[in-house]
Every structure is written in C-alpha cells, then in structure tokens.
Design a protein around this ligand. Structure first.
Ligand SMILES: Cc1cc2nc3c(=O)[nH]c(=O)nc-3n(C[C@H](O)[C@H](O)[C@H](O)COP(=O)(O)OP(=O)(O)OC[C@H]3O[C@@H](n4cnc5c(N)ncnc54)[C@H](O)[C@@H]3O)c2cc1C
Length: 383
C-alpha cells in the first residue's frame, strides 16, 4: 500500500517517523516536499541576528527518515474522494492514505503595496533578507523599521532586530511594531500579553496597538486612522492563510484529523477542532502532537483495508488540544507561561532557547541540536 505525505514540517516529520515504525515493510511511504530540507521554522527569526543558525535549522531529510522516499515536488491539488493528488508538474499520485501537512503562507489581505514592498518571514531566505535590509540602517545609525503584525513572528522578529541594533550600537534606528488589535499577541493567553509588551518596550521597540495598516508604497505605510509612517524597512508578519492546495483556506478537520476517509490534514494546514470543540492554534506545539495521531489513524485504517475489512471502520485516535505552556522570545529575553506561572528573564530565555534543540533531538538530529545550542549561547566547540 502507498501512503503519500505532502509537506514535512513540524506535522509531517513526526507523522512520517511514526509511520516508518508502524507500517509493514512492504508498504510504501512517499514524502513530497517543495523544499530540499526540513526547516525548524519556529527558530527562523533568530537568523536575523545569528546568521550561522541557518545551517543548524535546515536539516536534510536523509538525517530524519530511514525508509521513506523523499521527492522534492510541490503538491498542487488533492482530491480526497478520488484518493488522488496532482503535483505542480501535472503528475498524478494515487494513494491508499495521505496526509496534507503543507503549512501556511503569509496573508497580505490584498492590502495595496504591502506584498510588493514588505519582506515577510516564512523562510530562512526571508530572515536573511531582513538582516541584509537592516544592516545598512544599523551602519548609518538612522532609519525606521516597521514590523506589521504582533503575533509570534512579529514579536520575535522585532525583538531580534532590537537586539541586533543594540549589538551594532545603532541607537538611531527605530523599530516600530504595529498591531491592529488592542494588544500584542492577540489570541494568546491574556497573562502573557502584558509581559510581552513590557519586554519589547524594555528593548526600545515602539509598540503601537489598535493601528491597522491599509496600504504601503516604497517609502510610506498608511494606517486606517488616516496617519502615515515613513519607513526605511518594512517587515510584514500580519497573518497567515492556507496554501493554494486548499485554495487559500485552512479546512476544518475534527479530532481524528480526517479531511476525507483516507486523507488527513495536519498542523497549520488545517483548522483543527478537538474532541471538546476547542480550536487548536496554528503552532509548532500543536503540529508536533497532531502528526502521531494522524500516523496512528493511517496505520489502523490500512490494517483494516489490508484485512479486507469487516464492514466496520476501526476506532480512530482523537487529537486533544493540551497546551503544556507558552514560550516567546524577545531578543535575549523571553516570556514563558508554564501552567499558571508566567516567567521572564534569563530563566525564560534558557527554556525558550532549549526548545529548538529539544525538538531537533526528538527527531533524531542530535548533532544539529548541539550546534544550535552553541550558536545560541555563543559557545566555542568543546565548551
Ligand atoms: C518566525 C516564526 C516564529 C514562530 N515561533 C513559534 C513559536 O515560538 N512557537 C510555536 O509553537 N510556533 C511558532 N511558529 C509557528 C510554527 O513554526 C508553525 O506553527 C509550524 O511550523 C507548523 O508546522 P507545519 O508542519 O504545519 O508547517 P511547516 O512547519 O511550515 O511545514 C510545512 C512543510 O510543507 C512544505 N510545503 C508547503 N507547501 C507545499 C506544497 N504545496 N507541496 C509540498 N510541500 C509543501 C514546506 O516546505 C514545509 O516543509 C513560528 C513561525 C514563524 C514563521
């Protein structure tokens, strides 16, 4: 039987690793990803300040998988009723079970000029571009950087830029974070929103909430209240949307993660409503936990199909959203929420910094985990 997995990010990698363990040797596991490497995406903002981290967080798939075949191809469309996918080059892929784990892309909401003039932050190349755009401003020690959108990406990139400005002695550069909602980190626990704003402001990030970007040209950002801001660099972290595979939507799936009978949608690519009716947020934390649930369900369904079936579908595993905690970095600081306790300062930063390394270790990329910790803490080899 053939299982096709489209996208090997935080959702796809644990899913494939579990399938490798559980499916009989004769079953084929084929992974289609448009990237040649697995990207540890929730660390990419760090590349803005520590470019060497780029190497540690781009992991070749051969380091992660034993038996899965990986093809660098892009999924264009999936028909879960026909159990058939179409790749960008028009090739058709038939499957017995599949998982769509293609994540999301940046949403520009059709705001005039924003896509054209802003740099988003979804890839390592974006982070490198943000650094390249920023360094001349730091060298001149003047300029205005606008970051549009204060979700996890916006907060973390603003924090990195502020820390980079400090390291470069560029006190004349302003980092301004604009957010449409009346708080930073909208949609996240209310008790981390205040501390996050304070951590940003302590690093001289100018935080403006209730400020809606309506358009941009090469020099100016316009806001809904009729005001304008001149800028030298524009970073856009204002939202995400589903990929073209799902027509820009993030389809709703229930707790079994099924998009169709034998087709699953996992991680950011889907809006997952858990058993208690709770919507899981689009985070690495949830994607990593959903992957194994989908893998288990695929294994059960294929075992059922292989046995000829008895007319009854097997009982399927259900995903239950359970957030162990929250961790958001702000330059060299961080805010962590563990249970009801909110931590800040060095303790929170140490926890946050170990998360990327912990994730790499969990998927078997131990050497890279060690390298990441070294880069993070500026340690020389052997320390
Ligand atoms: C700057 C930044 C900071 C973040 N910080 C945090 C954080 O602190 N904590 C947290 O929990 N989350 C954070 N996130 C969110 C987290 O990275 C995502 O929730 C997580 O990556 C979702 O995993 P995923 O597997 O669904 O998607 P991804 O990890 O994005 O993986 C999708 C995979 O699919 C591939 N792909 C995409 N389209 C196609 C296609 N058409 N065909 C084939 N392959 C395709 C991609 O190349 C990629 O390998 C952050 C995100 C960013 C950008």
């Amino acid at each position: 039987m053939r299982v096709a997995v489209f996208g090997a990010g935080y959702a796809g990698v644990p899913l494939v690793r579990q399938l490798e363990q559980t499916l009989p040797p004769g079953d084929e596991i084929v992974v289609f990803d448009d990237s040649p490497v697995h990207v540890v995406r929730h660390e990419i903002h760090r590349v803005v300040r520590r470019p060497a981290i780029a190497e540690d967080i781009a992991v070749p798939f051969t380091d992660l998988f034993d038996r899965a075949e990986v093809r660098q191809e892009r999924l264009a469309d999936i028909d879960h009723e026909a159990e058939e996918a179409t790749l960008d080059d028009g090739t058709t892929v038939e499957y017995d079970a599949a998982a769509v784990c293609t994540g999301v892309e940046t949403e520009f909401y059709g705001l005039p000029g924003v896509r054209e003039h802003a740099t988003p932050l979804r890839t390592i190349a974006h982070a490198e571009r943000i650094r390249e755009e920023f360094l001349p401003l730091a060298e001149a020690d003047e300029g205005e950087v606008i970051v549009g959108g204060a979700g996890l990406s916006g907060i973390q990139v603003a924090g990195e830029l502020a820390a980079l400005a400090r390291e470069e002695g560029a006190e004349g550069v302003t980092i301004r974070l604009l957010e449409q909602a009346d708080t930073v980190a909208p949609g996240f626990p209310t008790d981390i929103q205040g501390p996050l704003r304070e951590e940003l402001e302590a690093r001289d990030v100018v935080v403006e909430t209730g400020r809606t970007v309506t358009e941009a040209d090469a020099d100016t950002v316009s806001l809904a209240d009729g005001t304008e801001h001149d800028y030298d660099q524009l970073v856009w972290t204002g939202g995400v949307r589903g990929t073209d595979v799902t027509d820009g939507e993030r389809p709703v799936v229930r707790s079994t993660l099924q998009l169709g009978d034998r087709t699953f949608a996992v991680g950011d690519a889907a809006r997952v409503i858990d058993e208690d009716g709770q919507a899981a947020p689009a985070t690495a934390h949830t994607a990593v936990r959903q992957g194994p649930v989908a893998a288990e369900n695929i294994a059960r369904l294929l075992a059922h199909d292989r046995s000829g079936g008895d007319g009854f579908e097997p009982r399927l595993e259900r995903y239950n959203y359970d957030q162990l905690g929250w961790l958001v970095s702000v330059g060299d600081g961080a805010v962590a929420k563990v249970g009801p306790t909110v931590l800040r300062g060095a303790a929170a930063y140490a926890v946050k910094s170990s998360v990327g390394a912990g994730y790499l270790t969990s998927v078997g990329a131990v050497t890279r985990a060690v390298d990441l910790v070294r880069e993070e803490f500026g340690l020389a080899a052997g320390e």
